[in-house]
Write a protein that binds this ligand. Structure first.
Ligand SMILES: [Zn+2]
Length: 527
């Protein structure tokens, strides 16, 4: 007899509906799974057999063939266990077919027959073709985030069959925990001094600009970066759902207290593997850290310590907002639109890199900073030097910086205002403005034009740099509540916040040496 049960499998961060067809016929007893299952999927054989028997069902002494359709799609993970078990029971006449036909089933089976949660429940539940889905009780909150799909749970296979036969009722899904959404991000008021650093942080948050902080060890670069998430506006519901899908596919905990509106902040260590950062892995390609930072902040501390190959991998996401991972088994595109914040010392020894600040030879200092390539350095709209705070800043002795120690909520209000203005220009933040839109939205006043002309003529500014300066200057004007055309003060501050020579070398990139030259398969960089 033949039975068909609906389920889903994960491809990247997207779910795909799968039909599990089970055929039970006379022949040599055994179970065969066909239709491109991966290793964990093939292991379902052993789990399903044990789960069935320990739940008090008979294992059919016949030939059982399981086909996972569509057969061209590679199936990964253990989420098809329940559908395979149920299909076997229906095809063998041990469970009713009718009630199961209206449902999809997504759960791993324990050897004792219990339903267990699987990675990617959110995108999986979103992909099912039926109006209701059955998941493990521990996955219920996550599946509920989908919204349009009814969520049912059962603790184990035996109870589930009882419900389908009409002997039992669906148990109430576990109540949503009232877990607090974690401690709030640290407050900006705790940062003493750091006038330029604070300013850069505010502009970065308001305009979505990538930020590089360079300075000696202990100057407070990390302290500044950790305060960025608190300045960012909360995610829109559809963005929060997008983030939750990626996190679900990456195996992170999702949905315990509903959709989190907080932008993610990911700070992978420089010793993390390329796969952990970029994504990929075995048969099932998982999103990496850069995708987990989607719609939030990717903070790379000790930027120069990251392997060059890993930093090269940032090019595509910085241009396109996604990363394509190719493996022998599949090619998958993961979303990866993040704000990049880098922090680094100007010298390996941790000194601030200015002449005479340490005794390292010039050549070793240059070699260290050269690990951040010119094109990558060029991606940072904001590059600032952070110095160790002055003694009076630390002691709060009413120094000149005292008045600027604004708390997070004050700065965040200005950032929200600037983001509103960007939305009126049909982008999320000014960093997303196309070059063509700059003419319309970031017009230059005569004084601003003169300053930029001079920089362009003497070669201190490239055509691409000009676009970046205009976007940053527009953000600065937005924060100050000023109207365009952009004035001298906006452009001068933008130039100061994008210091050239921040790494003690000429960091202008010749126009030809852009990211994504044709042949690299990347998008052309807008000027
Ligand atoms: Zn040194």
């Amino acid at each position: 007899m033949l039975a068909t049960v609906a389920s889903a499998t994960l491809v990247g961060v997207e779910g795909q509906a799968v039909s599990v067809e089970v055929h039970v016929a006379n022949g040599l007893p055994g179970l065969r799974v066909v239709g491109l299952p991966d290793a964990s999927c093939r292991e379902a054989r052993d789990r399903v057999r044990a789960a069935l028997m320990s739940s008090g069902f008979k294992w059919p002494q016949k030939r059982v063939t399981v086909n996972l359709a569509p057969s061209g799609l590679r199936k990964a993970g253990s989420g098809l266990d329940l559908a395979i078990a149920l299909g076997t029971l229906i095809a063998d006449g041990q469970a009713p077919w009718q009630p199961a036909a209206r449902l999809s089933f997504i759960a791993e089976l324990g050897l004792d027959g219990s339903l267990r949660p699987v990675t990617g429940t959110l995108p999986l539940a979103a992909a099912v073709a039926t109006a209701e889905v059955v998941v493990a009780p521990a996955s219920a909150h996550e599946a509920t985030l989908v919204g349009r799909v009814g969520v049912r749970t059962a603790p184990d296979l035996r109870t589930l069959i009882g419900i389908l036969e009409g002997r039992d009722r669906w148990p109430q899904p576990p109540p949503r925990g009232s877990y607090p959404p974690g401690p709030p991000p640290p407050d900006l008021a705790e940062v003493k001094g750091q006038v330029l650093g604070r300013q850069a942080l505010e502009v970065a948050a308001a305009g979505g600009h990538h930020l590089l902080l360079v300075g000696p060890a202990g100057a407070g670069k990390t302290m500044l970066a950790l305060r960025l998430p608190g300045l960012l506006p909360p995610l829109q519901p559809e963005e929060a759902l997008e983030v939750a899908r990626v996190h679900s596919a990456a195996g992170l905990q999702v949905g315990i207290s509903g959709l989190s509106p907080r932008p993610p902040f990911r700070a992978p260590h420089h010793s993390a593997s390329a796969v952990a950062l970029v994504g990929g892995g075995g048969a099932r390609l998982r999103p990496g850290e850069i995708s987990c930072a989607h719609r939030g902040v990717l903070f790379l501390d000790e930027l120069a310590e990251f392997p060059g190959a890993v930093l090269d991998n940032l090019r595509q996401p910085l241009e396109e907002g996604r990363i394509v991972v190719c493996r022998a088994t599949a090619t998958v595109s993961f979303p990866a639109r993040f704000m990049l914040v880098g922090a680094m010392n100007a010298c390996r020894c941790g000194a601030d890199g200015s002449p005479g600040s340490c005794s390292c030879p010039e050549v070793s200092r240059a070699r260290y900073t050269a690990r951040v390539s010119g094109p990558l350095l060029d991606r940072f709209d904001l590059r600032v030097r952070v110095r160790r705070p002055e003694v009076e800043d630390l002691l709060g002795a009413g120094g000149p910086a005292e008045a600027t120690n604004e708390p997070t909520h004050v700065v965040a209000a200005r950032v929200a205002m600037a983001r509103d203005m960007a939305r009126a220009r049909a982008v999320r933040a000014n960093a997303d403005l196309e070059t063509s839109a700059l003419e319309r939205h970031a017009t230059l006043g005569p004084a601003a034009k003169r300053i930029l002309e001079r920089r362009l003529t003497d070669g201190r500014l490239s055509a691409r740099g000009l676009g970046r300066i205009r976007r940053v200057a527009l953000t600065i004007a937005d924060l100050a509540g000023d109207e365009v055309p952009l004035g001298e003060e906006h452009v001068l501050l933008a130039l100061a916040l994008r210091a050239t020579g921040v790494l003690g070398r000429e960091d202008q990139v010749p126009a030809a040496a852009t990211f994504g030259k044709s042949g690299e398969g990347l998008a052309q960089v807008p000027a």
